[in-house]
Design a protein around this ligand. Structure first.
Ligand SMILES: Cc1cc2nc3c(=O)[nH]c(=O)nc-3n(C[C@H](O)[C@H](O)[C@H](O)COP(=O)(O)O)c2cc1C
Length: 492
C-alpha cells in the first residue's frame, strides 16, 4: 500500500497532481480565506495553499479544502483514495467497501521515536500567542475564530488503556486558551467524563496537519475502545511514528505540522461560550451557543513554515461529507454485513449532507418479505454506531449506484411508495441534524425514518419483469456497438 506519510507529503502530491493552487496574494483570515475555500468546494477546484495571511506570523500557511472533491469529474474521490493509499480511480462506494475492513485488521503498535519534524520549533506558556496563528473567522454569523476544523484531538483514559483520535472542532479563546467542544456521546466526551469524575484536568494534544489517512481514521466512528493509531498501523503495514509531548505524556504523530498541547479544565466554573459555527448540514444557527470546557495551552511545537488544514463546513461538498460521510458509511457497512442481510454496500451521497444512508440490497435476493427486510435493515442501521448519526435510511436494490445522484433521485421517486415508509418516533437523534427543532436538539430525541425502495421484480416471472427504459436497458452488446460507432453516427 502506497500511503502518504505526512501532511507535507500530501501537499506535495496534490501539487504534483494538479490538485493544488498556491495562493500568494494576501488574504484576510476574517472571512476571505474561507470564502475562497468555499468557492473551491463549489467549483471542485484545486485545494488552495494560502501562504500570505494578513496579520499572522510569517511562514505559517493554510491548506483549504484538503479533501474536497477532485477536479477530475470521472474520479471525484481522488483525494480520499490518495489519502488512503488506494487506487486513484476508485469510486466512492468502492472506497467505502475497502475502508469498512479497517476495524477487523490486526492492530500494529506504534513506534515511539525520540524526536521528529514536529519538534523543529518548541515554545512554552507565555511564549505562545495563538491569536497570531492564521486562524480563520469562517462564516458570517460564527461566534469566533476556529483553530480546529480538520485537525485531530488526542485524549487518553486516566488508566492509559485507551487513546482516542478524533476530529472535533475547537474555537480560539485567547493567546493560550481554546474553547473545546466535548459531545458526551462521542469517544472524546466519554474519555473527558472519566477525567472529570476523578476531578483531574484532562491532558490533550491538538494536532493540526497530520497524514491524510490519520485524519480519515480520526473521523471514523469505530467501535468504542478500538485504537485508531494501531488500526492505521495495520492499514499502513508498518507502525506509525509517535513522539511524546513536551508537557504531557500523550504521544502525537511525529510528522505533525503543529502540535498544541495542554490540559482541559474539568471545573464547571471555567466554562467558555462556544459557537455558533456553520455546520455540515449547511447552516449557521445564529444565536445558538454552548458552554464548553476551557482548554489551557502549555506548549506548542511545530515544523518550520507549518501548514494548517482548513475545512469550511457547510453546504456539500466539504470534508464533513467526504471524510465523515464515507467513514459513517464504512462503519455502517462493517456492522450490517456482519448480520445475515443480503446487503452489498452502504453509501452516503454527498448531496444529502450526511442526513441519509443508502443501503444497497442484492437485486437477486432469495428473501420473500421485502417489507420486513427493509425495516429490519433500517433498525439494524439505527442501532449501529455509524447509524447513530443518520436520521433517514433508504433501502434500495443494488442496480442503482447510490453515488450517482441522477440514478438515486430517479429510483427514490419511482420506487418508493409512501405506504412503505416506516417512521419511528422518540429515538435517539444526533443533535446536529439540520432540521431539528431547538427542543429536539437539546434533548437529542426525534423521529427516524426508513424508506423502503425495494422492488418486487426479483420474485416475478422473467417475462413479466419491467425493462429499464434507458440506454443501459439495452443489451450489453448493443450498448457497446453504439458507443464504439458514436463518431460514425456523426457525433463528436
Ligand atoms: C470535518 C469534520 C468535523 C467534525 N467535527 C466534529 C465536532 O466538532 N464534534 C464531534 O464530536 N465530531 C466531529 N466530527 C465527527 C467525528 O470526528 C467522528 O464522529 C469521529 O468518529 C469521532 O471519534 P470517535 O469515533 O472516536 O468518537 C467531525 C468530522 C469531520 C470530518
Amino acid at each position: 500500500m502506497n500511503v502518504i506519510k505526512s501532511f507535507r507529503e500530501y501537499v506535495d502530491i496534490l501539487k504534483a497532481k494538479n490538485e493544488l493552487t498556491e495562493v500568494t496574494k494576501e488574504v484576510d483570515w476574517k472571512y476571505e480565506m474561507s470564502a475562497v475555500t468555499r468557492r473551491v468546494y463549489d467549483l471542485h477546484g484545486p485545494s488552495p495553499l494560502f501562504s500570505n495571511i494578513k496579520d499572522c506570523t510569517p511562514g505559517f500557511r493554510v491548506l483549504g479544502a484538503p479533501m474536497g472533491l477532485s477536479q477530475d469529474p470521472a474520479h471525484p474521490f481522488k483525494k480520499v483514495a490518495l489519502s488512503l493509499g488506494l487506487p486513484e480511480d476508485m469510486s466512492g462506494p468502492e472506497i467505502v467497501t475497502a475502508w469498512s475492513k479497517l476495524a477487523d485488521m490486526e492492530p500494529v503498535a506504534p513506534r515511539i521515536v525520540h524526536t521528529g519534524p514536529c519538534k523543529e520549533n518548541i515554545i512554552f506558556g507565555q511564549q505562545i500567542d495563538l491569536t497570531k496563528l492564521p486562524i480563520p473567522l469562517i462564516h458570517e454569523g460564527d461566534g469566533g475564530r476556529y483553530i480546529n476544523t480538520y485537525g485531530i484531538m488526542i485524549a487518553r483514559t486516566p488508566d492509559g488503556s485507551w487513546t482516542n483520535w478524533a476530529i472535533t472542532r475547537a474555537m480560539l479563546d485567547g493567546p493560550q486558551t481554546i474553547a473545546g467542544v466535548v459531545i458526551p456521546t462521542q469517544d472524546f466526551g466519554k474519555i473527558y467524563s472519566q477525567w472529570k469524575e476523578r476531578g483531574e484536568k484532562m491532558p490533550f494534544a491538538l494536532c493540526l496537519g497530520v497524514d491524510p489517512a490519520i485524519t480519515m481514521a480520526a473521523g471514523y466512528p469505530l467501535p468504542t475502545g478500538l485504537n485508531e493509531c494501531e488500526l492505521l498501523g495495520a492499514w499502513y503495514g508498518e507502525p506509525i511514528d509517535l513522539v511524546k509531548c513536551e508537557t504531557t505524556d500523550l504521544l502525537v504523530p511525529a510528522s505533525t505540522e503543529i502540535v498544541i498541547e495542554g490540559f482541559a479544565s474539568v471545573d464547571d466554573s471555567c466554562l467558555l461560550q462556544e459557537g455558533p459555527m456553520g455546520e455540515y448540514g449547511g447552516y449557521v444557527w445564529s444565536g445558538r451557543h454552548k458552554q464548553v470546557p476551557r482548554f489551557d495551552v502549555t506548549a506548542m511545537t511545530y515544523r518550520s513554515n507549518p501548514i494548517m488544514p482548513l475545512c469550511v463546513a457547510g453546504v456539500p461538498t466539504e470534508e464533513n461529507h467526504t471524510n465523515w460521510g464515507l467513514n459513517i458509511a464504512a462503519a455502517i457497512q462493517y456492522e450490517i454485513q456482519k448480520k445475515a442481510f443480503p446487503v452489498t454496500g452502504c453509501f452516503i451521497p454527498m448531496e444529502c449532507a450526511a442526513h441519509w444512508v443508502v443501503v444497497s440490497v442484492d437485486r437477486n435476493r432469495s428473501t420473500k418479505d421485502d417489507t420486513k427486510l427493509a425495516v429490519d435493515i433500517g433498525k439494524a442501521v439505527f442501532v449501529s454506531r455509524g447509524g447513530s448519526y443518520i436520521p433517514k435510511v433508504i433501502v434500495m436494490d443494488d442496480d442503482i449506484d447510490p453515488s450517482d445522484i441522477k440514478q438515486l433521485v430517479w429510483a427514490l421517486a419511482t420506487r418508493h411508495h409512501p405506504d412503505n415508509r416506516t417512521a419511528m418516533a422518540d429515538q435517539y437523534m444526533f443533535p446536529l441534524v439540520a432540521y431539528l427543532s431547538s427542543k429536539e436538539k437539546d434533548s437529542s430525541v426525534s423521529t427516524r425514518v426508513i424508506y423502503n425502495c425495494l422492488t418486487p421484480f426479483h420474485s416475478w416471472p422473467e417475462e413479466l419483469r419491467p425493462v429499464e427504459a434507458s440506454f443501459r436497458g439495452y443489451s450489453k452488446e448493443l450498448q457497446e456497438y453504439v458507443t464504439d460507432n458514436w463518431k460514425e453516427y456523426g457525433f463528436e
